[in-house]
Design a protein around this ligand. Structure first.
Ligand code: TRP
Length: 329
């Protein structure tokens, strides 16, 4: 059993891509490892410093993860800003993080391009805060996607550097982790690569049946197969890929065969796909609604998570302070 940490962005509701990519992994992982999953609300301030919806976003994400199947009795599920120890470790790690290396990270350069009027120090030190999140629990496994690999590499660098600077072997290096087989990638409905929030091509776990239908019906297609057994175009392959995870195997086979013999009607394909997505999403959507109205439950979960997480974080901070040389009088 190893310690796993993952941070969940507090902006952005969960879409099918998140669900089949990350969340189903989290749900399995929680039973195999000691897992800390937290909502990264401090991080959100680097891009979304908006008090009006900060709390609502955190609440929504918490409700969605619970609805999707994270069990707060099994995993430690908490809100980043409930852990003051994280900010302390962040401060301490900042002393050993160099401006040059931080400026060179791709995510920082991206953000400088995206928000030139708000190049704040939090953006620059984003990887330091992320390292603090992870090593505060001395985790070794971090389930993240490709886009986070460089940040995770920085975490390893900071952990190693801490050990070297203070001549200890205290922090272990955290590595990316996928549970079991390759992650399933869910494509978008716009005929392109992957489903994502920023791409605006996603189906959300909280989408109503009507919205799901509308989105699927307006998905990009092609002009239809012209000759039997012609190769499947990307937009249609994307619809098949989604169908592959939400529909019965026979359903997928039926439409693939109709594609192969050129009798497919995309309207029928989309109707079926919308119905199957809805069937998969409906129970989660209902739970999201139920949970977000259950103030007492949310409060209990957050409190319990913060208590468990702080226990582990406080131990680390105590030891780190001692290693660095702080001494009480
Ligand atoms: N940077 C991650 C993202 O954008 C979120 C995150 C913050 C995180 N702290 C973390 C992920 C610690 C894993 C571990 O998705």
């Amino acid at each position: 059993m190893e310690t796993v940490v993952s941070g969940i962005r507090s902006t952005g509701n969960l879409h099918l891509g998140n669900y089949f990519g990350a969340i189903r992994n989290f749900i399995k992982m929680q039973h195999e490892h000691s897992c800390y999953f937290f909502i990264a609300d401090y991080h959100s301030l680097t891009t979304h410093p908006t008090p009006e919806n900060l709390h609502q976003n955190v609440r929504q994400v918490l409700a969605e993860y619970l609805a999707a199947g994270l069990d707060p009795e099994v995993a430690t599920l908490y809100v980043q800003s409930d852990l003051p120890e994280v900010s302390e470790l962040y401060l301490l790690l900042n002393m050993n993080a160099y401006i040059g290396e931080l400026e060179r990270t791709t995510s920082f350069k991206d953000k400088v391009r995206k928000q030139p009027d708000n190049v704040n120090a939090g953006l620059l030190t984003y990887p330091v805060l992320m390292a603090a999140d992870i090593i505060i629990h001395r985790a070794t496994k971090v389930p993240v996607g490709k886009d986070q690999e460089q940040n995770l590499e920085m975490s390893r660098k900071f952990a190693k550097r801490f050990n070297r600077m203070y001549g200890v072997d205290y922090f272990q290096e955290p590595y990316p982790y996928n549970f079991g087989e390759e992650l399933i990638k869910i494509p978008g409905l716009d005929g392109s690569g992957k489903m994502g929030k920023s791409e605006g091509n996603g189906i959300y776990l909280s989408d109503s049946e009507k919205v799901i239908r509308k989105k699927v019906m307006s998905a990009v297609t092609d002009q239809g197969p012209q000759t039997p057994n012609s190769p499947i175009s990307e937009p249609i392959q994307n619809l098949f890929s989604i169908m592959n995870v939400v529909s019965e195997p026979d359903t997928l086979k039926f439409f693939r065969d109709r594609y192969a013999d050129c009798t497919i009607r995309y309207g029928d394909l989309k109707k079926q796909l919308a119905a199957d997505i809805n069937q998969m999403v409906a129970p989660i959507r209902e739970r999201i609604e139920e949970i977000s109205e259950n103030e007492a439950l949310l409060r209990k979960v957050a409190k319990m998570g913060a208590e468990k997480a702080r226990e582990s974080a406080q131990k680390t901070i105590r030891e780190v302070r001692e290693i660095i040389g702080f001494k009480p009088f």
